[in-house]
Structure formats: structure tokens, C-alpha cells
Design a binder for this molecule. Structure first.
Ligand code: LMR
Length: 328
């Protein structure tokens, strides 16, 4: 087994146990920000790693760096372009610098559930989005699901007016900033790895995320409760650099792409269950979950949906219509 000093140093600094790669194997470093075993993305990344290392032994070798140990999402796309890592799976909200097309996925109440997101992504329009950043050097390989977003704060949130004046952590996305402003909240963009500390110390009052992220990073422990708003989605693009992809031998690329699509199909169909389990785990741990009645839900929709108007030009009315047709 051959491990360069640079790789060793990186492994140590990342605090991860890296698989030692054989000389001549294509090294695939995959950096992400969630845990590995109770999260739709973490489980998918671990399965991908296991299958590549089993089935492509001698040709390729994958090392996953989870939990922001190597890069956070603000850094990882640059690291991909520099060739420091070969795979990443940031949420679709994190591609602001590269494309405005993905803004459709951040618009509140655009998709009624993850099945609707899946259908949209598998459409011709959705599939074309994977290559939409190729001129900028990024190539999407697959959409990976997480789930529906919920809202939490340091006080009960039953109506959107309860959020007025509160500071909410958001991913760095103009749509999400506009959404929080529509509720009268103050949006604070921040890396995922900093959210727990910011909630705990009161730098922000609240946040929005999926059950698996709220559970996986223990946000519920430092919030009054979580309101089941299902107001938006978090999904990912498994992404690489066009340069790296083009540099692979065709047989290596084809085998890798086959494994990627099999892992995608297997894990995407489980993402809703993983999130349901995380919600249950929050309840089991004594966390508070608040449900909305129909009138309350209508109020959230009425407050947030006007945000669409501002971003219609970026995402295209025809795409909004296509998404809405899937919901119907
Ligand atoms: C976030 O920043 O809240 C999420 O994108 C983290 C993740 O990867 O699920």
C-alpha cells in the first residue's frame, strides 16, 4: 500500500481514517458535511465508497471525508475545481455562484414532497440541469435526495408572524434570504458546521433544515421546538470537475458511473424513511415537534409563496409550471 506524505498529512488533519490507495489507482476524495450513518447523503456516500473500493479495487480508490472535516460547502466547489477533491455533494442551494437555475429548488412550497422533486429531476429539464455548469468546470453526476425542510426557533413557531424579528440561519442562497425576510425574520448565511454553536450561543434564534440534519447535528437540543412546516426541500447534486471526469479512462469512468447510478437509485428511494426515522429519534430524545393545522399551514403558504415572483425570471415560468403540474 502506498500513501504519500501529502495524503497522510491531509488524512491526519481531516481526522478521518482514509483507505490507503494502491499505486496506480485513481484516487477519489469525496468531501461532505453530514454524518455517515443516519443521514441520506452520508449513507449514500458511504455506500458509494464501499462499492468503489470493493468493485474497482486496483483501478480506483475512494476516501470519504464527512462532517466538514476537510471542507465546508463554501470551499468545496473551489477545491473540486483545483483538483484537491474529486467528488462533493453540496445542497442545491450552494450553487449560487455557478447557476441561477437551481433556485427553483429553494422556492418555498414549490414541491409537495420528495417524490415530486424526483419526478422533476428525472424529466428532460431536470436531467439537463446536471450539465448546466459545465462551462464553469463542474459536472453533475446525480441528484441525491435529503428531504423536506422544517422550521425551528428558540420560541414556538405556529404562525409565520411568530418569526417576526428573529434571526434565522440560512444557507447562502438569495431565495432563502428572501423567504426569511418575507416572514419578517433576519436571514444570517452561515456554514452548516457553525449552526449548532450559533443556535446555542444565541447568535441566531432559529433555522430551517430537514429532520435528518436537525437530528444529526442536534439542533433540536438548542431550540424550543421544531415546527413541521414541510415548506421547502434540501436536495443535493453529486458533482465533480469536468477536467477530472475527462481525464479518466473510459472503462473506469463507465464503471464509476454505473455504480453512481445504482447507489443513487437505491438510496434515493430510502431518503424519506431516513428522515422519518430522524423525526422519531428527535421525539424519542424528548424533542418537541409542532404540527400545523390547515389554517396555520395556509398562513405559512400565503406568507412565503409571494417570493416566487422575485425569482420567476431566474428559474423560468415554464419550469414552475412543470413543477406545479407534478404536484397536482
Ligand atoms: C445545510 O447547509 O444546512 C445543508 O446543506 C447541509 C447538508 O449538506 O445537508
Amino acid at each position: 500500500k502506498f500513501l504519500t506524505m501529502a495524503a497522510l498529512a491531509m488524512t491526519v488533519s481531516a481526522g478521518a481514517v482514509a483507505a490507503a490507495c494502491d499505486d496506480g489507482e485513481v484516487v477519489i476524495k469525496f468531501s461532505h458535511v453530514t454524518n455517515t450513518d443516519k443521514h441520506p447523503k452520508g449513507i449514500a456516500a458511504s455506500l458509494l465508497e464501499q462499492r468503489v473500493n470493493d468493485e474497482m479495487n486496483g483501478k480506483a480508490c475512494m476516501e470519504v471525508f464527512p462532517n466538514s472535516t476537510l471542507y465546508n460547502d463554501d470551499q468545496v466547489l473551489e477545491a473540486l475545481l483545483q483538483g484537491d477533491v474529486q467528488l462533493a455533494a453540496p445542497s442545491l442551494s450552494k450553487f449560487e455562484q455557478f447557476t441561477k437555475q437551481f433556485r427553483i429548488f429553494d422556492l418555498p412550497f414549490m414541491f409537495k414532497n420528495i417524490d415530486a422533486v424526483d419526478e422533476f429531476q428525472l424529466s428532460e429539464t431536470g436531467q439537463a440541469m446536471k450539465a448546466s455548469m459545465s462551462r464553469r468546470g463542474l459536472m453533475g453526476l446525480a441528484f441525491w435526495h435529503n428531504g423536506m425542510k422544517q422550521m425551528s426557533a428558540n420560541k414556538p413557531l405556529n404562525l409565520p408572524t411568530d418569526a417576526a424579528g428573529l434571526k434565522f440561519r440560512v444557507q447562502n442562497s438569495d431565495v432563502l434570504k428572501a423567504q426569511m425576510a418575507a416572514m419578517g425574520g433576519s436571514p444570517q448565511p452561515m456554514a452548516f458546521s457553525e449552526v449548532y454553536g450559533a443556535l446555542q450561543t444565541g447568535v441566531v434564534d432559529g433555522q430551517e433544515n430537514t429532520w435528518s440534519n436537525i437530528y444529526g447535528k442536534k439542533f433540536f437540543e438548542v431550540q424550543d421546538g421544531v415546527t413541521e412546516t414541510n415548506h421547502g426541500i434540501i436536495d443535493y447534486l453529486l458533482v465533480t470537475s469536468t477536467d477530472w471526469l475527462d481525464s479518466l479512462d473510459a472503462d473506469v469512468r463507465d464503471q464509476l458511473m454505473t455504480i453512481v447510478s445504482e447507489v443513487t437509485e437505491a438510496r434515493n428511494s430510502e431518503s424519506t424513511t431516513v428522515n422519518a426515522n430522524a423525526k422519531q429519534a428527535i421525539l424519542d430524545a424528548g424533542g418537541v415537534v409542532r404540527e400545523l393545522d390547515a389554517t396555520q399551514r395556509d398562513a405559512w403558504v400565503a406568507t412565503m409563496k409571494p417570493v416566487w415572483e422575485e425569482f420567476k425570471g431566474d428559474v423560468g415560468q415554464e419550469n414552475i409550471d412543470a413543477a406545479q403540474a407534478i404536484n397536482a
